[in-house]
Design a protein around this ligand. Sequence first.
Ligand code: CU
Length: 179
Amino acid sequence: MARDNPVSRRTALKLTGAAASTALVAGCSSGGNGDGNGNGNGNGESDETFEIEADTDIMLKANGQSWIGVEPSQIADVESPTLKLTEGASYTIGWEQNEAGHNIALYNDGETYKDKKTSVVSSTGEGQSLDFTAHTDIDEYVCVPHVDNGMKGTIEVTSGSSDGSSDGSSDNESNESSE
Ligand SMILES: [Cu+2]
């Protein structure tokens, strides 16, 4: 009977509207709400794209045969996060070397981009990283031995303003949340 009550129907509509706009706001700010965003429990890649500021150290760890984001905080615990970078900006990408048998490389169309790859490690260790300048030819970060098993993530490089300093004005607030 409660279903036929017009008041509760209107309340339901109002609630739905509120929920919808909350979702919109959350979508716009691209996951920067403090303590991580809880996906990444094992069912394939996230659809979300993470815009990474210039000069960021991007850190990953190996999880069997996939990558898990570690830093910056916006990618923490996300499985194989899609990284959106700005053309011409500098970045570092690395992994914690928490398992043996992996490396990290940047790919262009299935091949190593400008020799940007580390050697495959035979033990755990201190981590490996690559410094690079974002270029539209870069389309993936991978572990070469396990790329076919899913140990790869997408890199999207977008051209910023051509005079270099394009960061700082975009809408990525709040990745400085604690730890
Ligand atoms: Cu691997």
